[in-house]
Design a protein around this ligand. Structure first.
Ligand SMILES: [Mn+2]
Length: 317
């Protein structure tokens, strides 16, 4: 497994935490201001060089930038020009040797939690979801329309992903519920994800981000799902959780329902050797939360824990 971490494009405290923990490869979020042109190599190079100078080699783009992806998911009048922009990202990524992009297909609402101050071990706090507290949503889209928009997008971009050798790693919906109000969701079961990555086009460039906790919350058996998608897992979100589709919360990486070391052994047994990063960490004592789930101290523990498990699985006696 290739140890990575998630980096915003402007240097912050988390950059130093990761670098000091020994992370050398980055999952990077591209700048979201209007000045950044997704289709311009020089714009990318400026961001890329900042990471290289810091000692981090970018290997994954996450997420697909919302400025283009939102229109593609909604299938609105800007969809085609946005797809053109996505296609123009691929040769730039190839030149910079960034081989993977993580994308989702949740329209209008991204990952959703209903609270961010649930007590975890020793007074740390985590985010969680409870269907009783589901927010009101103004937007509306049907699952049929989403499948149609997904199919349109995949058919348009896969030939170029193949031409430039870019792997598209589809992230499951979070939470993987049938709907949030009138916004339906489609990537909510292993069968639906199978259909999305094998049933529409056949391509070695189309696969899955194995966000472990989401598959668990779907009610899937990870010990079946990971082998089933072995050839399609392009990227792993190493995440733990407690609960079910109605009510769940994040945990410290060693304190949830998923058996993290066993899962790592399973990836190895299945020959899965891809970028991996920790996901959704607790906010710890004294930390002012910048983005709940993505604070620095929780990552410090999570990265060390992940690194230890990787070493333990890779070093033979
Ligand atoms: Mn995830």
């Amino acid at each position: 497994m290739l140890l990575t971490d998630y980096f915003r494009s402007e240097r912050d405290y988390a950059w130093d935490i990761s670098r000091q923990c020994g992370v050398r490869h980055g999952v990077i979020r591209l700048p979201e201001d209007d000045k950044f042109d997704l289709t311009d190599h020089e714009n990318w190079k400026t961001v890329y060089d900042k990471f290289i100078d810091f000692g981090i080699k970018p290997v994954v783009i996450e997420p697909m930038p919302n400025c283009v992806h939102d229109h593609i998911k909604a299938g609105d009048e800007k969809r085609d020009e946005c797809i053109e922009k996505v296609i123009k990202m691929f040769p730039i990524m190839q030149k910079l040797d960034i081989g993977t992009i993580c994308f989702n297909f949740m329209a209008y609402i991204g990952w959703l939690r209903t609270s961010s101050d649930i007590p975890e071990r020793g007074g740390a706090v985590v985010t969680g979801f409870d269907e009783k507290d589901m927010p009101q949503v103004d937007a509306s889209i049907s699952s049929d329309k989403l499948w149609e928009n997904y199919t349109y997008f995949i058919k348009a971009v896969i030939p170029y992903a193949e031409k430039y050798g870019i792997r598209l790693a589809l992230h499951p919906d979070d939470p993987p519920r049938k709907n949030i109000g009138n916004v339906e969701r489609i990537l909510i079961s292993a069968d639906n994800i199978e259909k999305a990555v094998r049933g529409i086009v056949k391509s070695d460039m189309l696969g899955v981000t194995m966000c472990q906790a989401n598959f668990y919350i779907m009610g899937e058996d990870l010990y079946k799902v990971i082998p089933r998608f072995a050839d399609k897992i392009f990227f792993v979100h190493f995440r733990n959780t407690i609960g079910n589709i109605s009510k769940f919360r994040e945990t410290f990486h060693d304190n949830g329902s998923l058996e993290m070391a066993r899962l790592m052994k399973l990836y190895k047994k299945c020959g899965i050797d891809v970028p991996i990063r920790v996901d959704h960490v607790p906010t710890m004592l004294g930390e002012k939360s910048n983005v709940a789930g993505y604070d620095a101290l929780g990552r410090l523990f999570a990265i060390g824990y992940l690194k230890g498990i990787i070493d333990c699985c890779e070093q033979e006696l």
